[in-house]
Design a protein around this ligand. Sequence first.
Ligand code: PAF
Length: 282
Amino acid sequence: MIVFTKKSELKAKISSFKEKNMTIGFVPTMGALHKGHLALVNEALANNNQAIVSIFVNPTQFDNPEDLKKYPRTLDKDVELLKSLSENIIVYAPTVEDIYEEQTKSQKFDFDGLEHQMEGKFRDGHFDGVGTIVKRLFEIVTPNNAYFGEKDFQQLAIIKKMVSKNKMPVNIVGCKIYREANGLALSSRNTRLTSDYKEAAPFIYKTLKTAKTKFGTKSANKVTEWVENQFAKHNLLELEYFTIADEATLKTVKRKSKNKKYRAFVAVYAGEIRLIDNIALN
Ligand code: PAF
């Protein structure tokens, strides 16, 4: 298994793959890998000649410096986990300087309004940071296919938008949310939950599942009210937002329409750890 820290070296290796017409499957991550990431890497391995995984905690997508400081960094363990899938995977684990050179700054993007919904309302500049790093990584790795989890559904929608608006030659593959047996969506942040919060957190998915059932017969407003009440009664978890949105625009739904696909999205604080989740409603 090769771990590159310099884009120049990685690019030279990639050129040799391209000369042999090999396809590249790419999984961008911020490390602290869990089974959800490994499922993405397995998809990349199964459907491409070469899998490449980047491990980089991207400073420009954090609106909270404390969150950036505390984000788990476990490179050696991540490399071991990847080795357990295949010795053939290539890892790109750059420094901030290798990626950003002189200026660690986001580019400004227009994602046709997707960026102003949900996470965009609470995490200033987050999606400009995500767009900046994913675009740079795509330019370096030049993947045929790139894999992203549906847990960050808004991120996935934004990346698809960036690719289609800029005609980037990469196919974006969205992969199902990977959950613990108790329903908690896997996230690198889960490792920071203390035992009380870990025990409480499955309430999030349980509530989403009930919201889905209720959405069959009730309006989006009524379901939202019900969810807000459930969290108001919870003594550990604090709801930041719950919204039922149109999957295409990510705008909060006012009135249900038959031909549209809806999804419920939630962000919750478990102490100082912010967790997000979502569920398809129809
Ligand atoms: O989902 C993530 O881990 C990050 O947002 C990503 C896509 C690797 C960009 O830093």
